[in-house]
Design a protein around this ligand. Structure first.
Ligand code: SF4
Length: 666
């Protein structure tokens, strides 16, 4: 008799699918299916979800703990018991804390598993120690802070409200690949769709219009649109007067962004700027979906700020189908400190500058103990040569808890086998939607693998930190009950009845800013942000030109079948496209490159070897590749050997897309 279990896909993906997992009598998963009743999942899973059993039952899963025998990065390990592994870890942890102090310990993790317990419970341990804190800068942070400056929150549209939109701008976002379920809702709306993207993406192919601007010039386009809307009376005067602050300064500041100037900055026709502004300003309700990519630029903050003010200008706020969408995570208002333990302010290490932190001889105390889980920094960090040099340090003690022998694991002193999400209980929020969902344990752990919860509970016990140990179900229930606002009424018991619950919003779909109250200093949407000004930023966003030190701008968005670096090692999912660089015909001809040629992509930081594809997806001056390959599984490096660890203008965010290279035929 097959058992059916509620599951939730915990990957760093917009959709956070609710699933049924079918388990046979032998305790093996035989099928997973997307749940029809879920507002976003709607009964289907993406290709990665459909092939998830190839990942769960991969012969490459780590099955037992190991310790390193050979040099770091060499992959030479020997099997040990869990007791031996934990003893080695605790001995080294105690030794290092005694010698260098707790700040010499650094946890490194991100969204490889987005479950509340898997992600946040380990922080109880590191907070108890008083370890250095990791700054979550790799993805959305820059954009979130940008939105907070003007709206007081980054909680924008309910994705399900998109069905009420008449005009949808998809800005630097490729949901046809990266948020399939959201994309289907957009299509269902019947709205006119306009994609703004330097890449002729899958979404752009299927949109009504595509504005293919130069990478990183998005703020100029947004400011130019705003200027045009104001000059042509296409803005909502009443809304602006009642609900915004600093309009006259904004109007004055952006007055030089004429269609002519924007056309020349962005590399698009003047008429395209005018047409876009006219349509956006005259079609209501209109939504702007800001992708989690535009902010990964040195001027990423100003890009998100500039785009986000367009809905305020046109009165597309507080109405069904109107507004902006970036991330839903701010809706999940629970007491995260309850999960993580008291956080307190301690030394912070920017996660995208791991290489610098590990190699910094001035850092006091130096990082001596690194614990990596839910992440693979030796593949996903920018400027990998530096990261790998740092991970190679003989005086650095590294633990990696993962399902596979990743690149990072090969640098570890001790490797611990991790459970997949089918092997452990957890609860999930999402960054695209207003659902909380449960993930019940469906099968027994593969081999000797253990969950993050189990590993850190055992470590706490061994260190004598019994006060931070708490039953996982009791803890998640307490955290859910701590919820305020729309989280009220969600308990673990109720969640388990159906597997997921929608937040208790006044309407469904929810209207963002339905009460037209804004948590800003003025209580209004601030065109002129006093908070930004106080942080030393321009109070009104502008456009900053970025000059490259190499001729081609190399952008690296995500592929449909990869989740950052996850699945790169799964043969049934593997795609040749992941090691292809797309180059415009003109740029290729100028370099004597033909379709299929092997090329070296390089800059002063490093290089990678890829196969060239002559492509009209990118314009002259831009090259493109997808996904995050594992260096150990390819020859000649990966794009992240060339990407930069420079930080964005707001919040120290990543700048993967501000990367300049040269491409040369091999
Ligand atoms: S990867 Fe995303 S779309 Fe695919 S099953 Fe998981 S949550 Fe759903």
């Amino acid at each position: 008799m097959t058992k059916i279990v509620f599951s939730t896909c915990p990957k760093d993906c917009y959709d956070t699918c609710a699933m049924y997992t079918h388990v046979d009598d032998s305790g093996r998963i035989v099928r997973v299916e997307g749940r029809r009743e879920h507002g976003l999942t709607r009964g289907f899973l993406c290709n990665k979800g459909q092939k998830i059993l190839d990942w769960v039952y991969s012969p490459d899963r780590l099955k037992y703990p190991m310790k390193r025998k050979g040099p770091k990065g060499g992959g030479d390990f020997e099997r040990i018991t869990w007791k031996e592994a934990m003893d080695i870890i605790v001995q080294n942890l105690k030794r290092i804390i005694k010698e260098y102090g707790p700040l010499s310990v650094l946890p490194y993790e991100y969204a490889g598993h987005m479950g509340l317990l898997s992600r946040y419970y380990p922080y109880r341990f590191f907070n108890k120690i008083g370890a250095s804190q990791l700054e979550y800068t790799i993805c959305s942070e820059t954009g979130k802070r940008a939105l907070i400056y003007h709206y007081g929150t980054h909680a924008g549209m309910d994705p399900e409200d998109i069905v009420n939109s008449k005009y949808v701008v998809i800005w630097g976002f490729n949901p046809a690949w990266t948020s399939l379920h959201f994309f289907n809702l957009i299509k269902k709306s019947g709205a006119k769709t306009v994609v703004v993207d330097p890449v002729r993406s899958e979404t752009a192919e299927r949109a009504d219009e595509h504005i293919q601007l130069r990478p990183g010039t998005d703020s100029a386009l947004a400011l130019g649109m705003a200027n045009y809307l104001i000059n042509n009376g296409l803005y909502d005067i009443e809304f602006v007067e009642k609900h915004t602050y600093g309009f006259s300064e904004y109007k004055e500041t952006i007055k030089d962004y004429t269609p002519e100037r924007v056309s020349s900055i962005c590399g698009i026709e003047k008429s395209a700027v005018e047409h876009f502004a006219e349509e956006y300003g005259s079609t209501k309700p209109a939504a702007i979906l800001i992708g989690l990519g535009v902010q990964r630029n040195v001027n990423g903050g100003e890009i998100v700020r500039s785009i986000s003010l367009l809905p305020a200008l046109t009165g597309n706020i507080g109405i069904h189908g109107g507004g902006f969408f970036y991330s839903s995570s701010a809706y999940f208002t629970v007491d995260y400190d309850m999960l993580k333990g008291s956080t307190g302010e301690r030394r912070k290490i920017n996660m995208i500058r791991l290489g610098e932190a590990l190699l910094d001889e001035e850092l006091k105390p130096p990082i001596k103990f690194l614990f990596v889980y839910n992440s693979n920094p030796a593949a996903i960090c920018p400027d990998l040569n530096r990261v790998r040099e740092g991970l190679s340090r003989d005086d650095l003690f590294t633990v990696v808890h993962d399902l596979f022998m990743t690149d990072t694991a090969e640098f570890a002193d001790v490797v611990l086998p991790a459970t997949s999400y089918f092997e452990t209980f957890d609860v999930h929020f999402t960054y695209c939607g207003l659902y909380v969902s449960v993930n019940e344990k469906a099968i027994e752990p593969i081999g000797e693998s253990r969950s993050n919860y189990e590993v850190f509970t055992e470590l706490a016990r061994m260190m004598g930190y019994n006060d931070i140990i708490e039953d996982p179900e009791r803890l998640t229930d307490r955290v859910l009950r701590s919820g305020t606002g729309f989280m009220k009424g969600i308990t673990l018991e109720r969640l388990r009845e159906k597997g997921f619950m929608r937040l208790n919003t006044p309407s469904a779909p929810h209207v963002a800013f339905y009460d037209l109250r804004f948590n800003t200093p003025s209580g209004k949407i601030e065109f002129y942000s006093r908070a930004a000004e106080a942080d030393g930023l321009p109070p009104i966003p502008g456009y900053t030109k970025v000059d490259g030190d190499y001729p081609l701008r190399f952008i690296t968005p995500f592929h449909r079948d990869l989740l950052k670096s996850q699945y790169f090692n799964i043969r049934s999912i593997y795609s040749e496209e992941w090691m292809v660089i797309e180059i415009n015909k003109e740029d290729a001809e100028a370099r004597g490159i033909k379709d299929g040629d092997l090329v070296k992509v390089y800059n002063k930081r490093g290089s990678c070897t890829m196969k060239a594809k002559i492509s009209s997806r990118v314009k002259k001056g831009v090259v493109l590749s997808y996904g995050i390959p594992w260096p150990k599984l390819v020859r000649g490096g990966t794009p992240n050997f060339t990407t930069s660890s420079a930080v964005s203008d707001i919040g120290g965010g990543s700048t993967y897309h501000t990367n300049y290279v040269e491409v040369e035929k091999l």
